[in-house]
Design a protein. Structure first.
Length: 767
């Protein structure tokens, strides 16, 4: 007989656990949540202390039936979803459903927390299980209800006042506000001119070195314009340069702490170009288990949703032994390194680390695909480095006198690599790699040249994924498990866009943020949102009732909601006012929102139907985009004139140039015939209800052929297929690939555009 049933949420975990547990336990997966609030109604009874109505998620009935059957055959059920609030909610709902099954009397339910999926950790967790944590479940329940109240009661207001399909979220709206506030700082920024002066100096021994002017008459110098710079240069050209003092010190640079969720996402964004969502998807796979040849599935990292830099004694001992064995005692500090936790740290889990330091990235290269290997190497290096000796630099700072000015030169030379032996050169030290010749106090120097440079102060940078996650963490907004979802949601809802790895708000983002800030100041306040997060933490600790927390929030929220229904301005009806005049009737143009984004429309509509595309200048002003009509090779089906490409509120289309005499329009053909047998239609560009571009048959609804990737009239050089598909990649590039699954041919889309290889002859027709 089986010792018990172990239930996890992921099929990958099932394979990993079965390897270590053999046939002693039955292992099954719930495949995520089995119950949730109903998808099409509020599902929360506000009159009965916010009692939630949970329903079995569609499609999970079969899974629950299988779990109940398996549970009826054992005495002990071990609930082992992820060791966080979300996992606790999954475990709680599974237990509720199983208790309704047969032979439920006497069955024992245990909560098992797997912080890493290794043999030792799995067996130890099963030997000492805990009970379901009601406080943790109620904390997650309170978060879910909070988000449901805001989403289901605030979103319809936005549908009425702005546009259908919008959503508001308790945390996502604050993230959008951060992006909007930063953009307005940039728009209002006025650059100020300043100058720097660098002297190139020669001592008795090489090399030539540089020193910057930092003081005048003993005071910090700020050079405001060229006139001041020219005056200083004139004085220095005739001055005698002499070393005033030389300061030589050994400087230490300690390694950074091991990764937590936010710092892993930040490092992966900066160093690997990964989005937060991609980072967490890859980390989940590393945690749940990777096939390592004969070893089978092995969990390579510890649990990846954590805000703690704590490491277990066993992990530290393992790392120190590995460092000593591989690099020697010189690279090992005398005592293990312990890192301090932050004020808001829950400290429920260890830091993110490899489950074994001995599994080096080089050893794992044969088993991991490139993206997984890059992330694993990042985690492995950070963990090993955090227990290594500091890097040591010989740093030299030289102050130089010339007339009544002080110049300074700084140079640092790496003396001992320490943790940089593993971690690399991500850590920079002032003056690093700049060599300064041997100098002594009072030594005369020769001037080899002066270089004045003009500079301008720069506005604060737009948020990157890394810096926005850092800002959310510092302000206490969200938790490790929510950062990736927040960043993904605000982009999916078209409130912000990510260009060149930087976030900027859309017009829709600005409008929604302004409306919500005006009528719901608490919801859009970062401090208030942080207090709510702390309140959820207190619910988990058992210090606060989840019902009291919701009552405190909803009392103010409901009043604001009723006021907003009456007083919030309707952008849908009036549009957003601008100072742009209609070039057809002279009326003011307003910003409106279509399925494919924002556009300018005449306020005199329907009498004037003029529309324009626009963009925001750096100062926030509106610039109208005057698009020239591009003549195509397609002819009007009514009058035969060559049709022109235009852009409307729903995207690009072809129109007859004889408008308004001929009002013929048509979607843009791709040049590819519909591949469905017996169909004579063409594949054309279309737009979904939400404005997303797709490609479908021109004979719809007779033919329902549709694809997301763009068909291109290029025959496959491998199998001869009549056409291929083009897909854009995350990094802005693209690939073209054969749609024939048995072929699998693919190549860079840039080859198509540049006319390389087999595509040279068809480039012109495709473009």
């Amino acid at each position: 007989m089986k010792k018990g049933l172990v239930i996890v949420e992921s099929p990958t975990k099932v394979r990993t656990l079965k390897r270590y547990l053999g046939g002693d336990y039955e292992v099954m997966a719930s495949v995520g949540h089995v119950k949730d609030l109903p998808p099409k109604r509020l599902g929360v009874d506000k009159s009965k202390d916010f009692k939630p109505e949970y329903v079995v998620i569609r499609g999970k009935g079969k899974v629950l039936k299988q779990l109940k059957t398996a549970a009826s055959k054992v005495q002990d059920v071990y609930l082992a979803p992820d060791p966080d609030r979300e996992g606790e909610a999954i475990a709680w709902h599974i237990a509720e459903e199983l208790k309704k099954g047969k032979a439920r009397n006497g069955r024992r339910y245990h909560r098992v927390l797997f912080h890493e999926l290794t043999r030792r950790a799995i067996l130890e967790a099963l030997k000492s299980p805990t009970s379901l944590n009601k406080n943790r479940f109620e904390s997650q329940q309170a978060r879910r209800i909070l988000d449901r109240l805001v989403g289901y009661e605030l979103s319809p207001l936005l549908w009425e006042k702005v546009r259908q399909g919008l959503s508001a979220g308790r945390v996502q709206s604050v993230a959008v506000r951060l992006v909007c506030d930063r953009e307005r700082e940039i728009q209002q920024f006025v650059p100020e001119e300043y100058w720097s002066i660098t002297a190139k100096l020669r001592a008795q021994q090489p090399p030539l070195f540089e020193a910057k002017v930092i003081k005048g008459n003993g005071k910090k110098l700020h050079i405001e314009n060229q006139e001041q710079a020219d005056e200083i240069v004139k004085v220095l050209e005739d001055a005698a340069f002499k070393v005033r003092n030389v300061k030589r010190v050994e400087r230490k640079k300690n390694p950074p702490p091991p990764f937590i969720t936010s710092t892993l996402q930040q490092a992966a964004a900066r160093q690997l170009g990964f989005s937060a969502k991609k980072t967490m998807m890859l980390a989940q796979r590393l945690y749940e288990g990777i096939e390592l040849g004969k070893e089978g599935p092995v969990g390579l990292i510890t649990y990846m949703r954590t805000d703690s830099v704590r490491l277990s004694d066993e992990a530290i001992k393992q790392a120190r032994g590995f460092i000593n064995e591989l690099f020697g005692k010189a690279y090992l500090p005398s005592r293990p390194r312990r890192y301090k936790k932050g004020k808001l740290t829950q400290d429920a889990h260890e830091a993110i680390r490899p489950t074994s330091a001995k599994r080096t990235p080089e050893d794992m290269a044969a088993y991991l695909e490139p993206a997984l290997l890059k992330l694993y190497a990042l985690i492995w290096k950070r963990f090993v480095a955090c227990q290594m000796a500091p890097a040591r630099y010989d740093q030299t700072t030289v102050d130089i006198e010339a007339a009544n000015y002080t110049l300074r030169a700084a140079g640092s030379v790496l003396k001992f690599e320490g943790f940089l032996k593993v971690y690399g050169k991500e850590v920079q030290v002032e003056g690093e790699d700049k060599l300064i010749p041997p100098l002594e106090s009072g030594q005369a120097l020769d001037l080899a040249g002066l270089e004045p440079k003009q500079h301008f102060t720069q506005p604060p940078p737009r948020y990157s994924e890394a810096s926005l996650i850092k800002a959310l963490e510092e302000k206490g907004i969200g938790r490790p498990s929510t950062y990736a979802a927040i960043l993904s949601t605000i982009q999916d809802k078209n409130y912000v866009k990510l260009q060149n790895r930087r976030f900027s708000p859309t017009e829709l983002g600005f409008v929604v943020t302004d409306l919500l800030t005006s009528h719901f100041p608490e919801i859009l306040d970062a401090a208030f949102t942080a207090e709510m997060e702390q309140g959820l933490d207190k619910v988990e600790e058992g210090a606060v009732s989840w019902v009291d927390l919701l009552k405190c929030f909803y009392g103010t929220f409901s009043k604001r909601l009723e006021e907003a229904k009456e007083k919030m301005e309707s952008v849908k009806a009036k549009g957003v006012a601008t100072n742009v005049k209609c070039d057809k009737c002279g009326a003011e143009m307003v910003i409106r929102y279509g399925r494919t984004g924002e556009f300018l429309a005449c306020s005199a509509y329907p009498n004037c139907k003029n529309t324009k595309n626009f963009r925001r200048a750096l100062d926030g002003s509106i610039e109208v985009i005057e698009e020239s009509e591009k003549v195509t090779d397609f002819h009007c089906p009514k009058c035969g004139a060559p049709m022109v490409k235009k852009r409307g509120r729903y995207g690009e289309f072809l129109a007859c140039p004889a408008y308004p005499e001929c009002k013929s329009t048509m979607p843009i053909p791709t040049g590819v015939k519909c591949p469905k047998k017996g169909c004579t239609g063409d594949i054309v560009q279309k737009s979904s209800r939400r404005g997303k571009v797709f490609f479908g048959c021109s004979r719809y609804p007779e033919c329902d052929y549709a694809v997301w990737d763009k068909p291109v009239p290029v025959s496959c050089p491998a199998c001869g297929a009549d056409f291929m598909f083009e897909r854009q990649t995350d990094k802005g590039g693209g690939i073209i690939y054969c749609g024939n699954k048995s072929c699998g041919y693919k190549s860079g889309a840039q080859d198509l555009k540049k006319g390389k290889g087999p595509y040279r002859e068809i480039v012109k027709s495709h473009s």
